[in-house]
Design a protein around this ligand. Structure first.
Ligand code: SF4
Length: 409
């Protein structure tokens, strides 16, 4: 079955499964479909109707209901009370995703300060992550996170950007996670991943009862990936809560195709691809790094709509996925890197292009690129032909690496 047919079939099954579109999507009904309000809670007149609430779904075995749109803190939050947090909470998007290393720690600090000021900690789900994949590192970072977030418990704690299996079999690490749960410092535990071994990691999560949730790269280009879909099925069946990230995918060109889509469709690109992910009932929620209140309002509108993309828009997204597949790196650099003699990091470098092209976040793109070892940033004279041949997506790696060198040098 072609990718396109896979996606259409999934949509049709979804749409046809029950009487209403909202319930077909597994959404709890939103009270109203009004546009996101601009007013802060304290400014709302008492007579105003309650603001529309983002639909919610249950996060796997945690049994907890969370909004389908999660507020990503990758770029940090403003000091004081970031208006994006106020607006999100007002519309029921009461889940803030942060990490120890986001914005050099300011993401956790500012989110914690805002929730304390708004007295909204108890009404908000907080997730954080550690780049330390050891028992001692986990305990240490949970302590740091609790202090930075000004709280005594974190709802979900992830190993950040896991790209290997070892930590999932580390008995001391598992014991530490269980102990942190017993001490009520964290409620649930899992990992995030966006590298090339997402399939392997999801399958592993399905077989490990201590993994409550996984946040993984998943977007509109992935529907035809049978291996990935089997792994998602296995994790979902095992009760692992599934959160999608990197939902915008990498476009690296083809802006014209999106512009055309946006001129004819009801939704803009960011909204359309979020709705494409929400149509998959195995996925509880999508995390979105919304840089501005405008982006947040757009995404809230898409979530509050409570309906899937129409078939015409779905087909347009599928068309776009097909057109751009050869430009969209999926991060599986274990497939291409071995075919290059230089110590470059193809997947990570192309991920920087995604931050630049799809998220419009040149600063993050340059920062992540600069964090690579200096030898991984030297491409001059490197032969990428073998790597391109090994890439299952047919990406012209030399051209993309050249573009990265020009953009981030
Ligand atoms: S270039 Fe291809 S093989 Fe390499 S990480 Fe990207 S998608 Fe995977």
């Amino acid at each position: 079955m072609s990718d396109s047919k896979d996606l259409s079939r999934r949509r049709l099954l979804t749409y046809g499964a029950s009487g209403t579109l909202a319930t077909a999507l597994g959404f709890e009904a939103a009270p109203s479909q009004a546009a996101p309000s601009q007013a802060a809670p304290s400014q709302a007149a008492p007579s105003q109707a309650a603001p529309a609430q983002v639909p919610r779904r249950v996060l796997g075995k945690t049994g907890q209901s969370i909004p389908i749109l999660l507020v990503g803190g990758g770029a940090g939050f403003k000091g004081g009370v970031d208006p994006r947090i106020t607006l999100a909470l007002r519309h029921g998007a009461n889940y803030i995703d942060t990490a120890r290393k986001y914005a050099g720690g300011a993401s956790e600090r500012n989110a914690g300060a805002a929730l304390a000021k708004l007295k909204a900690r108890d009404a908000t789900w907080i997730t954080s992550k550690t780049p330390q994949w050891s028992a001692a590192g986990l305990k240490q970072d949970v302590a740091f996170s609790l202090a930075a977030l000004q709280t005594n418990r974190i709802d979900l704690y992830f190993l950040h950007g896991l790209d290997q299996m070892g930590p999932l079999d580390d008995k001391e690490l598992i014991k530490a996670a269980e102990q942190l749960k017993r001490e009520k410092k964290i409620r649930f535990f899992g990992f995030s991943c966006h590298g090339g071994n997402v399939v392997e990691l999801l399958n592993a999560a399905a077989q490990r009862s201590f993994v409550d949730a996984v946040m993984f790269r998943y977007n509109f280009r992935d529907y035809g990936d049978k291996e990935l879909n089997r792994a998602i099925d296995a994790a979902h069946k095992a009760g692992v809560g599934l959160i999608a990230m990197k939902t915008q995918g990498s476009e690296s060109g083809f802006r014209d195709a999106w512009t055309k889509f946006e001129q004819t469709g009801k939704w803009n690109k960011h909204q359309a691809v979020l709705k494409a992910v929400w149509a998959d009932q195995r996925i509880t929620a999508a995390v979105s790094h919304m840089e501005t209140t405008t982006q947040l309002r757009e995404n809230l509108a898409a979530a509050l709509d409570g309906k899937p993309l129409g078939l015409r828009d779905t087909e347009a997204v599928e068309r776009y996925a097909r057109l751009t597949r050869a430009y969209a790196c999926q991060g599986c650099e274990h497939l291409c890197n071995p075919h290059v003699t230089a110590p470059v990091r193809i997947g990570t470098t192309l991920r920087c292009l995604m931050y630049h092209d799809s998220y419009g976040d040149g600063e993050k793109a340059r920062r992540v690129f600069r964090e690579l070892p200096s030898e991984a940033r030297q491409f001059a004279g490197v032969d990428f032909d073998g790597a391109s041949r090994a890439c299952p997506h047919g990406i012209d790696i030399a051209a993309q690496m050249q573009r990265a060198a020009e953009l981030f040098a």
